[in-house]
Design a protein around this ligand. Sequence first.
Ligand code: PEP
Length: 236
Amino acid sequence: MALIIGNWKMNGSSASLAEVGQMIDGAEAAAKDGMQMVVCPPATMLREVSAACRDTKVQTGGQDCHADPSGAHTGCISAEMLVEAGASYCIIGHSEARERSGDDNETLGAKVEAVLRVGMVPIFCVGESLAERQDLRAVEVVTGQLDVVAKKAGQVIVAYEPIWAIGTGLTPKEEDIAEMHLAMREKLGPQPPLLYGGSVKPGNAAEILRIDNVGGALVGGASLVAKDFLAIARAI
Ligand code: PEP
């Protein structure tokens, strides 16, 4: 089973529900080809998108959560709230969220625990900066980030997202993706699905997704338009 997960970030409006409808229609055929589709809309849309996806081949997820179930955390959302809104997955450690919140490994670990506590699946994101890649430290940095989930490898999905490839149209060389995914597989063992994310588009999905140990894609920009998201699923 390959996974294709759409991260809408801070995009989408009620008009996007029409896109979800088209994704649902296309997901039937994709599921027959062994494809699981997941959409992670902004939290304000999660309940509505989850309701639209109920009993279909599309599942939903949150984009981040707080580690506590409730409390005085203005502006935050708990894993309990996400699951109540219909989410089955939650992205943790996306580089945009890491940069904004400054979350350290301890906080990220607590968030992963929170996601597991409510029965959702964490989609744990890792990735190096351009400077770290240029310094030949990409594998060291990413495998270090995996310490947070190393003991929970059977319960998580991991997405390798080079920070410099997100939203830029740039992608690593195939051999660099292969090297990183092999290093992640060696560290985490056979269980977790390992995804690639960073400027995946209909035009490059097939070549990226046939790389060894790449079990799917985390897609940002191209997941907002059903036609593109489904084309990526078909390419896989
Ligand atoms: C992302 O933000 O997770 C992502 C992969 O974005 P994009 O596909 O737009 O590069």
